[in-house]
Design a protein. Structure first.
Length: 179
């Protein structure tokens, strides 16, 4: 088995573990919180509070289930394609991890939408009355924030030359040496 295949298998396992973690936390939230119970973690700041969200972030686009299905499926497919094309070593490791987190978050919420018709949210920052969210949302939000920073301040245009089939970027050459 070559290095690229091993990386693909490990990333798939990590992706599945992240999705299972998201689904387990949602399952626990339903069992502990459904019916109006809330559990304060830090009184007046952070609590677990269960809601069923039929919209997107901040409950926008209520009941647009098929729209979210299509967007999530396209995002997951696009990320998978990008990961296949991307070199696995060097400076691409963090980028690969961020993309796995984003796609796992999209998949976790997609599972809810397909099976239930809504997303289970349960983490609430009451101090600032922030919208209720879940673990999949944390994956996506934090990863996108770091990804934007990397694209703006770390990566250069030539680092993405692999998407055009051009000569390997320095990170890919480093990866080949590691094999």
């Amino acid at each position: 088995m070559n290095r690229k295949t091993k990386v693909c298998i490990l990333e798939t396992i990590l992706w599945l573990v992240l999705i299972v973690l998201d689904q387990l936390t949602k399952f626990q939230a339903v069992n502990a919180l459904k019916g109006g119970n809330s559990i304060p973690l830090i009184r007046g700041v952070l609590e677990f509070y269960y809601i069923e969200n039929r919209g997107a972030a901040f409950s926008m686009l209520q009941d647009a289930r098929w729209f979210f299905f299509i967007v999530a499926a396209c995002a997951i497919a696009g990320i998978a394609y990008f990961l296949v094309k991307m070199p696995e070593g060097g400076k691409y490791r963090l980028l690969r991890l961020l993309l796995l987190l984003i796609s796992a978050g999209a998949a976790g919420n997609l599972i809810d939408r397909i099976l239930l018709g809504y997303v289970r949210d349960f983490i609430y920052f009451s101090l600032i009355d922030f919208p209720v969210f879940n673990v999949a949302d944390i994956y996506v939000t934090c990863s996108v924030f770091v990804l934007i920073f990397l694209v703006l301040f770390v990566y250069k245009e030539e680092d993405f030359a692999f998407m055009n089939g051009k000569k390997a970027a320095a990170g890919e050459e480093d990866s080949r040496r590691e094999e």
